[in-house]
Design a protein around this ligand. Sequence first.
Ligand code: ATP
Length: 654
Amino acid sequence: MLHRSSALAMFLLSSLNLLGNGGRREFRAGVVFGFGNGFGNGNGGIVRTVITTTIATRTKTTKGRATALVGTSIFGSTAEAEASSSPSSPSSPSATDNAPASSSTTTSSSTSTSSSSSSSSYDYSKLKMEDVVSLCKRRGIVFPSSEIYNGYAGFFDYGPLGTELKRNVKDAFWTEFVRAREDVVGIDSSIIHNPSTWKSSGHLDGFSDPMVDCRETKLRYRADQLYTSPAILLDNDRGGNDKDDGDGGGGGGILLGYVTVMEGNDVDMIKSAETQAKKLLKESSGRDDVKDARSGRDARFKPFEFVDLTQVTEDIMRRVPSPGSGKPTLTMPRDFNLMFSTNVGAMQDATSLAYLRPETAQGIFINYKNVLGSSRLKLPFGIAQIGKAFRNEITPRNFIFRSREFEQMEIEYFIPPGDEEVWGPYHRDWIRDSRSFLEGVGLRSELLGYDVHSGDGLAHYARACTDITFKFPFGTQELMGIAARGDFDLRSHTEGSGKVLDYFDEDTKEKFTPHVIEPSLGVDRLVLALICSAYAEDEINGEKRNYLSFHPRIAPVKVAVLPLVKNKEPLVDAARALFGKLQRRWNVMYDQTGAIGRRYRRADEIGVPYCITVDFDTIEKDGAVTVRDRDTTEQVRIPLDEVVPYLSKMIDGY
Ligand code: ATP
């Protein structure tokens, strides 16, 4: 789905009591806020927003933001992160996690358990992207691309575990939305289409992001991801309030200059702005008005009011510092088309120019007639596709959240034409089913949210668009979009190609162009969300443990087979035999090195849901093994021939 707007803007209001009382703020994107005559809002620090976003061809407008509590002081930040939510992992009666439960302590496969004491108390608000990136690298989930050549910005390589994880995510999507439904089929189109496709779809003219250049460092930034705010020292002698008195400084304040911050989580943005404001204050310390203002005991900054750089006038831009040079060296924004171009064939001229697809959706539209003609589908029906997409993002960042090469899982669900009475229920069903899928693969519900685009925030042809958001460590951002797109796409391709892309209803004998609902989800974004959501920490018998609580369905390794000792041949043989059997069904690992407790930890860290220990009792007494659950650390004793059905139920649900 093309989701770009030339006038994307974001508004951040921080209501800051600079001596530390927490204030409340609203933080929304897609909201245009002009500098106007000063910066005060005059309502006690909470500003409400007005949406006046302009629209590109397939436009995205708002991004939902969580409300946060933020307090900050000129003398030190007392910022409080967004309310934390702790995943709860059931705790269990105490026992040791360093030894498997053997048949001497357990008897029945289904009921007897042994476990160690595990209590998860992980505070999600403490999760840092550095931790996630480092874990991914250390454990072979994601690597920077071309690392031996110092990497390549915006590109990533998936390691052995990441590849399995990604495959499981795609399989889960495909099973849920294609195989388990009779009304959706899949395709796999080429990455490079006839370039006319992109003319008709609007990408050639409209798939762009606003960009600013730093004249000094030659660095480029996405204008809608760079924010500026005036840094205003409140003058207590002149009132020292937050109200605008129309002097450009606002609220009896003294304008020290401007700060520039990159889009990020709210706390980080405020911190960065504060640091810059303090620097400006230091640099202005010789000014008489500043000296006067600071003579009051509780000198304060006015709450920052951020606007993105698509919204500033040339006059303001001349005073906004570039993040690279620290000086006002930024150009005014201009559009930058995100499609990667290439040449097809031996000639390299205008006629050979082609594009790497920036989304998978158009491959579906241009195959609409082929799929309809070769199947017995009747409206409503969907066509799904999973595949690579490429966008020359101006500032790829936040790890695999925004990269230049990524994968999408998209569905075009064709429905009869009509007004909201017709498309509304389909749209709502897809939002419900999408959310249920996301929770089904293990995303914690409390980290998910919605961002409903409405009114001016919608493209002219779009009926509705709802994003499902996820609370990433760097802020709440779009994870998936579900748009009601009318008949715009099929009509555009009909006009562009001259081939009529319509539907003949055999019951009514009517011909019409179907409308479409488009659920669109990034594989890599979902993988990142799953890792963040699964990140957990607890204590087992007083010892700290880090683990990934992946849903068994998407865990990259489902089972670790652990022989209790590695030098007892019959025991090792039994373990290898079980391993060989399980390998045919799932991705499993065999680990015989180190103490059993240490092997459990290794498996926990990469999110293996089940560890199976083969011990002396297995070969000498009961022919059973111990299966340990990662999250609860509970152990059950299961006869060898019941292991596969047991795991099937636990992993696949049947
Ligand atoms: P954003 O506003 O975050 O750039 P978008 O609105 O442009 O996203 P869409 O065009 O709607 O995104 O693409 C559908 C989905 O593809 C997104 O919800 C996201 O999951 C994924 N996606 C889009 N761009 C990227 C990217 N650069 N890197 C990784 N995933 C992406």
